[in-house]
Design a protein around this ligand. Sequence first.
Ligand SMILES: [Zn+2]
Length: 1182
Amino acid sequence: MNTADKGMSLQVPGQPKARYNSLYSDDEMLDDEDSTPWQNGELSSLQGSVYLPKTGKLATAAKEDSSQLSAVIRMGWLDKNPPQGALYYQRRWVKLDVDYLRYFDNDKEVYSKGIISTAFITDVNRVGELKFEVATSNRTFIFRAESEVERDLWMDALEGCTGGRHQRYTMNSGLTLAPDHQGYLELKGLRSKLYTVVASDKVFLYKNIDDYRIGVGITSIDMNVGNVKDSDRRSFDLTTPYRIFSFIAESEQLKEQWVDAMRNAIDEALSNSEVADRIWAEPSNSFCADCGAPKPEWAAINLCVVVCKRCAGEHRGLGPSISKVRSLKMDRKVWTEELMQLFLLLGNERVNSFWAANVPPSEALTPSSCSEDRRRFITNKYRQGKYRKYHPLYGNQKELNSALCINVQCSDVLETLSLIFCGADVNCSTGMASWPSALSLANAHSQPLQAELISHNLNTELPSDLDGAMETKHYLPSPCVSHNGFLFKTASMARAITERKAREEFSRRWCMLNDGTFSYYESDKNSNPNGTLKASEIVCLAVDPPEKHGYDNTFELYSESERLYLFGTDDPDSHKEWVKSIAKSFIPASAEPLLRLGFERIGRLKCKDGLNLQTSKVGWFALVGSTLHAYLENNQGEEIHLRKLNELSIQQDNEVLVLVERGRTLYIEGERKLDFAGWCGAIQTAAGSGGDTLSQQQLTETDIPVIVHSCIGYITQCGLTSEGIYRKSGVNSRVAGLCERFRQDARSVRLREGEHQVDDVSNTLKRFFRELEEGLFTLEDARAWLSIAAIQDESMKISQYQLLLNRLPRVNKATLQALINHLYCVQRFSELNQMNLHNLAIVFGPTLFQTDGKDYTAGRAIEDLIQHYTLIFEVDEQQLKKQLEEITVIIQVREKLNTKFPSTEPGGHFICTVYLEEKKDTAEQHVKIPGSMTAAELTCEVLDRRNIAVKDKEYWSCWEVSDKEEMERPLHYQERVLPILHSFGTDSHLLIKKHLAMEAMIVYLTSKVDVSKHGMMKFREERSILGLGLSSGSFHDRYFILNSNSLRMYKEVRSNRPERDWPVKNLRVYLGIKKKLRPPTCWGLTVVYESKKQERQERQQWYLCCDTQSEMREWYATFLSIQYDGNVWPQDGLQQTRVSRVLPDTRHGNVSLIPLRGSENEMRNSVAAFSQDPLALFRDVR
Ligand SMILES: [Zn+2]
């Protein structure tokens, strides 16, 4: 017996003495100086009891032990570090699977000397030559490989098992198996007891409980080969084909428990392997469908693939709507006979003929692929369907559906799979009354496997065929571009380059672009590249401005795996050539015109636009100056003029760049962080004003600088009656400040009366023109314009001006026309503002021609332009007349308001259209809204006008109704109306109608002891930009707790920490959810949260959906009650809220909603106060 053992143990050269196989790890033997059994002469007794005689058959048995081999990622000989105090490395056979790193005396052993749970490995590091260390929280193991290559392979494999999972899927951890039974057991012959754990289908042995807690054990015993035999009193034997473990429990009673627990583990192991054994009977199922690892124990039951544990983790990451992951061993219940039959009939190989019909060899996985690669591959394969075999009917929904309905009647399940994942709708109507669905049709035709397949895919999210042609194009092999030469390269980076890279940081490299791969070598003599980058992995190429880094000409390459490579050269021609070649290698033919541009940045980005916000597509972009060129669909090139955008913002935690143009909005998504950040920066810079000439400004759609447009608009609204407008000077510091703000980002400047003074704004406009580089009339032609002023003959003069006008660049011409039009209007009201033609010309002549003003030539030219405005600019007289009429109305209304209640009513007014009961012309009321008016007052006012008496239990309220958003909100009776009006969009209106649910809400609230509520609701989020929703997923169940402080959202009832926490008092809750979002029920609430973070207004919007109407009312009532401290309705009825006050005559004609924003201080203050704290206003009313 001992001889047999000795024969098995391996004598490591240089080892001082032969060592016997033991159940103790090396550490234990030498750590515990004198307590190890070997040193106490108990070796033989231990061996006698623990070790079975080894027969020749054992070695082969070990190899066939499926459970041990199942998920081995890597195995081989390594030298393990000497335990403390010892000098010699010990040669060990080491095996790694996803859950454990084990080491054995030799490769024939079944039971390890040591087992380390990978879940507890905190770090894997290279240490010294050929060595690496595996660290757990309080023990470090050092291994030495035979070569650097070996060492690196081990490192990679270990990192794959630890790093990837730690960051993302802790569910992979083997130790999450809850122990079924645990405690100390004596192993016959060993003096100290072992901490023994029975978990699922395994028994683990640890030296003590502390080791158990840190995941470092001796060995594990697979119970599928075990047998438990009761011996006498406290002892029992666990026999396996390889060893007998003779245990002694602490009492007879405990022995019974141990025996039971171990027998259960055997049962479990046997039944566990039952499903797996059957599924693996189809040979291709015994290898992972994604990476090829042997004995895969998991399956995606809707996709019909059997996968290994590591791939299953990535499948889970896709979410159950894409992949429903189940274990072959643990989820026995789902494995119905039909499902097993389905898996046997299909099998990984046949299924992959669909799913993996077109996998580029470079993208294929191997059992040792890292988590990152797995994630990418599995996402590509199942979420995007990138490698699938397209069904001939692909894209033709109707035919796909009918093909599905026909096919489910036969036994070809692979065809059904192909139809489903190419877009056939499993929920489509068959058109047959008795079998309305594909599922019922399959059942009716006795096709249980078809039914099984369909039933697992009733709610599956289909691979998004988002980019159709673009996507397939993108993955075509790159065009054959080749180029080579020396370049200087810095180390690649995972972060953006923020600092200048000095020459010393670059190293000379021989670079080659060939066969769609870019490689760099130590020198042109080397044949092994230092690094390679496939052209298909390049997502962006950015050309730096000259002299940004130590080398004059540099460019950056961004890879799909978020690396950034910087290359440089002193030779501008070589630089150009490289940029051209590299761009050509990764830009698809469909976006080929981009290559002809002198781009600063080129690459691909994911984006969505207004037409289809549901799916994003791949777009190819190139940035040239302030123009973004884009190829979003096949062959449809378009240009986005960044300086003309209405809005440019980064939303959703820096993940979406929103570009709002006239008539359309483009959302660029940050698919990867690194290149996206680069694009955002470049686009933002390009969208800002680029310089001091006219065409470099941010422009409106009509090619007028935003600054000019804003100032003219403001003066027209607020300054036409201001005496000496344009002549009086503003406050210099304020004018300079405004100029600067416009220069930084003109689009973001909002001119508001009260906040900005008329004279400051008028002088800002003047200063802009005076300092304009090259002037409004251009350097070349300014003199010519001036010379015309001297011409006597009127008609000749006019035609000369027209000639010059048509020579102006587009932007100059549009700007000049807008300005002269404005000045024309100003002088038409000179009775009010004292600025006649001549006065304006005196001011604007020298300003526009940038002269010193010593003579009147410039003034005369401007006088001509204003005087002959309609002729020179060929203005439509009718149009002009209409414009002047509008201005007259503005002036009249302003006068009326300013003079009629100048002192008696200090509050601001706003004329507003309010509807009674429904929005239609005949129900329209025009009401002047003083700053102090509450919702109750407005309601009474309207009811009074219509002589409607309020009856008992009638809850008339004023509602804020948003037409487009399909939601409404009853204003609280004490809420002030004016701030609400100011927060309105144009698609909202006020409506007076009864609040039918109020009675029920009051009843509910009085029944409650404390005001709070908790329960499940369906949640969906949206951050809204200009009312255009960004769809972000669908509705999900969440658990909510609403109390006096906050609304908290939890992932589930048992979660400890809320996912979100909002202060209730800053929320505005609307009834209803827009239908576009497809809320699961019609009882939804839209919640708006507005906060002011560092000057920037942030608005979030999300949706809560309840199962019943009464649920929704209860939530709403609770919100209301908390926000108004229980005061939801006036105690004595609505009429009593009316304060006695003299209501001015507020009946105006149809002059509604003329933008008089902010004309009174109080209104402004109230608006400001509102945005600070929406409820402050209501509090002081009480
Ligand atoms: Zn796999």
